[in-house]
Design a protein around this ligand. Structure first.
Ligand code: NAD
Length: 479
């Protein structure tokens, strides 16, 4: 059976007690992983620091570009194997798993290209006074990754970190240990990547993550995960005043106006809500609907949600896969009860039973709710459970869309372009999709307002988290 080890200084390290990796669709044990410690985290950070200062990596953009292209090629060579593994260990549909891999490969290449054009500025403020604003790698980056898109969310930080010239220590999510091990095997085979430039330490608790956040050898934390953990990370980084990039939780509203193309909106919002069984930070989680179309929208969306076939990711008939584990299943079932108590269930989801009983499956739910202060509206639910909330006019729609502490993503559905632009500017959110929901790709920055995070990843701004700007000044040419 596969055992995922740590990877430090170019060597696999099979150390620490073993945890189990499970298939959430069947409950079957897929393999094991070694659990690390603060000592291993410190060792990995020390290695990354030595490689940063003692090799030419940070000043070799062409080598870094080459390493990123090699990584993309290695991932591509194992595309089918990694797709199968994501289906098995993550519970996703095959199409979702393949999309995750293709997006990650594309993103590695995107940052491979950008590595060669990390440009600063120069200017002459007065005659003979020359300033060079030089962009330099920030140092060692610790990358802490959640389980829900373990390859994409790693690459979204690792790509710009390596392109910028940082060296890295990765802390993967325990629920995706085997997927991560295979990605690390791909990185281990890249001839242009120096040993120790990318290290990785597994764990099941928080000891390794905390040690990296506290380490004096780490300059930047690039964290993707929940807002609750994000707060702890900011606190843990305060004593060493290191830079933190935080990509946190979301509660994406979808605002549906009375002039929306309802066929299109219902299709987009069904996919936007049930993708990855609702376990994605940008999932459509609140449907805000104009009074004039509320009954018609509810009728259509209930029908659409009811027709979503839930099943294992490797069944081509499935339209929604498994939740990550049985705890998540129990949590969502409790939330469905709460939604029935506090609101009105328009569609009550539940365990499908039969062949799926051993897995972590819950069919999608919809509930109508008036009380926007309810935790069901305010908190991330992270599953296939969506609120329907009404509004009377544009002002109320915007106020409700901005009515949670999150600000990661939103969508606006209307055929009036003036309104689409007006409302998208008024919504305080890192991404706003018009007449669609959930389009993410390497070139387009993502990030959050409010409690959804700090900084941006993806796109050219993704590099900024991993770069310092140094002002080099000289007075020359006036004598
Ligand atoms: P999580 O916060 O529980 O864990 C994320 C990572 O942090 C894991 O690797 C975990 O082991 C580690 N961790 C836990 N406690 C830590 C600590 N005290 N110090 C350092 N590291 C620690 O999140 P999760 O359940 O793995 O992922 C789901 C969450 O991630 C959701 O809230 C989702 O919205 C969010 N997310 C956000 C984005 C985004 O782009 N904004 C993308 C994906 C997921």
């Amino acid at each position: 059976m596969t055992v995922a080890s740590h990877f430090i200084d170019g060597r696999w390290r099979a150390e620490g007690p073993q945890g189990e990796s499970l298939n959430p669709a069947t409950g079957e044990v897929l393999g094991q992983y070694h659990q690390g410690s603060a000592a291993l985290a410190d060792e990995a950070a020390g290695v990354a620091r030595r490689v940063f200062f003692e090799t030419p990596w940070q000043v070799s953009p062409r080598q870094r570009a080459q390493a990123l292209f090699e990584a993309a090629d290695r991932l591509e060579a194992r595309l089918d194997e990694l797709t199968d593994l994501i289906v098995a260990e993550n519970g996703k549909l095959r199409a979702e798993a393949r999309g995750e891999m293709l997006g990650s490969i594309s993103e590695m290449r995107y940052y491979g290209g950008l590595a060669r054009t990390v440009l600063g500025r120069s200017f002459e403020a007065q005659p003979g006074a020359f300033s060079v604003m030089h962009r330099e790698a920030a140092g060692v980056a610790a990358i802490i990754v959640p389980w829900n898109a373990p390859v994409t969310l790693l690459v979204r930080s690792l790509g710009p970190a390596l392109a910028a010239g940082c060296t890295c220590v990765i802390k993967p999510a325990p629920q995706a240990a085997l997927i991560h091990r295979t990605v690390m095997e791909c990185l281990a085979e890249c001839p242009s990547l120096p040993a120790g430039a990318v290290n990785s330490v597994n764990e099941s608790g928080a000891e390794v993550g905390r040690a990296l956040v506290a380490s004096r050898d780490v300059d930047v934390i690039s964290f993707t995960g929940s807002s609750a953990t994000g707060r702890k990370i900011m606190e843990g980084a305060a004593p060493t005043l290191k830079r933190v990039g935080l990509e946190l939780g979301g509660k994406a509203p979808a605002v549906v106006f009375d002039d929306a193309d309802l066929d299109r909106a219902v299709g987009e919002l069904t996919r936007g809500a049930v993708v990855m069984a609702g376990q994605i930070c940008v999932a459509a989680t609140r449907f805000l609907v104009h009074d004039a179309i509320l009954p018609e929208f509810e009728r259509r969306i209930v029908e659409s949600f009811r027709s979503v076939k839930v099943g294992p990711g490797n069944d081509p008939e499935s339209r929604m896969g498994a939740l990550i584990d049985k705890d998540a299943e129990a949590r969502i079932l409790r939330l469905i009860e709460q939604a029935g108590d506090e609101g009105e269930l328009l569609l009550r989801g539940g365990q499908p039973g039969g062949d799926l009983a051993a897995g972590a499956f819950v069919t999608p739910s919809l509930f109508r709710i008036e009380d926007t202060s309810s935790a069901l509206v305010q908190e991330e639910l992270f599953g296939p459970l969506v609120s329907v909330e009404r509004f009377a006019d544009e002002g109320e729609a915007v106020a409700k869309a901005n009515g949670t502490a999150y600000g990661l993503a939103a969508s606006v559905h209307t055929t009036d372009l003036e309104r689409a632009m007006r409302v998208s500017r008024a919504i305080r959110s890192g991404t706003v999709w018009l007449n669609c929901h959930g389009r993410l790709f390497a070139e387009g920055e993502t990030g959050g307002y409010g409690q959804s995070g700090l900084g941006r990843l993806h796109g050219v701004e993704g590099l900024d988290d991993f770069l310092e700007t140094k002002h080099i000044y000289m007075e020359q040419g006036t004598v």
